[in-house]
Design a protein around this ligand. Structure first.
Ligand SMILES: C[S@@+](CC[C@H](N)C(=O)[O-])C[C@H]1O[C@@H](n2cnc3c(N)ncnc32)[C@H](O)[C@@H]1O
Length: 253
């Protein structure tokens, strides 16, 4: 990792053996409990939840990232590595960071079946054990609602990104079309938790958490404003799939 400007010593310090070294914050403890159970089903359930659109959402982010062969990418809250691997497929070296050990273990297992340049680190998005001004793109996908502090996360992403490069967030949003919205809410609040129950009570809980977090989520414009507040510029918003997700990206000065 050293050749990429990543401080090995810091990585070790922030890469705890268990999930006990995560700070006092109650939200992060809740999130870790939520995602530590059932990482094997995550990719499949995301397909159901997104009605198969998740690949397209990630591909849109990658196209917007406009990377060159061999670029360095930071993927925050990488989970099982869906976006991490997709970035790596386009020829980048990618570091995936996540707070939940079980999600990272799944990502590492999946790495064994692929030839790709990826590394995974267990750390909090709000306190990255990485050097400043290193990455050609920093991304966070389907997780901005989950982090404890969006501002600190974006600030850390900005810090680790090179000048002139992009910080990007892809996340679920509230569709703006008022006719479409009730159908969407019926799907996420009623149908999905019911489908989740077929798999396990735990997945039903995850889907309910997801629905609530989407309903309470900040607008993409607000994420763009926070990007400006942490010193990024030229925020750009792309809504996808009737506004079910939005990509927000901005550049480091
Ligand atoms: C819905 S999953 C998204 C995974 C992946 N990015 C994707 O697009 O499929 C949310 C992930 O965010 C991680 N997460 C939540 N809060 C975090 C934080 N403060 N720092 C690091 N990871 C976090 C969780 O552990 C979980 O793996």
């Amino acid at each position: 990792m050293k050749q990429f400007g990543i401080a090995e010593s810091q990585v070790e310090r922030k890469d705890p053996v268990g999930n006990g070294d995560l700070g006092p914050d109650r939200k992060v403890s809740y999130i870790v409990r939520l995602f530590s159970d059932g990482p094997d089903e995550y990719d499949f359930l995301l397909k159901i939840l997104s009605l198969g659109r998740d690949n397209y959402w990630r591909e849109s982010l990658i196209q917007e990232a406009d990377l060159k062969q061999g670029n360095l990418v930071l993927d925050i809250a990488c989970g099982t590595g869906l976006l991490t691997f997709q970035f790596a497929k386009s020829g980048s070296y990618v570091i995936g960071v996540d707070v939940t050990r079980e999600m990272l273990q799944r990502a590492k297992e999946l790495t064994r079946h692929r030839i790709c340049d990826v590394d995974f680190i267990q750390a909090r998005a709000e306190n990255l054990p990485l050097r400043s001004d290193v990455f050609d793109v920093s991304s966070i996908s389907l997780a901005m609602r989950n982090v404890s502090s969006q501002r600190e996360t974006l600030d850390e992403m900005r810090r680790c990104t090179r000048r002139g490069s992009k910080v990007m967030s892809l996340d679920f949003a509230r569709p703006r079309n008022l006719y479409f919205r009730p159908f969407y809410y019926f799907y996420i609040f009623r149908l999905l938790p019911a489908i989740g129950l077929i798999i396990s009570r735990h997945w039903s809980t995850i889907f309910l958490y997801l629905a609530n977090s989407i309903q309470r989520s900040r607008e993409p414009e607000q994420i763009g404003t926070t990007m400006l507040q942490v010193g990024l510029e030229e925020p750009f918003i792309k809504r996808m799939t009737h506004g079910v997700t939005a990509l927000v990206s901005a550049k480091k000065r």
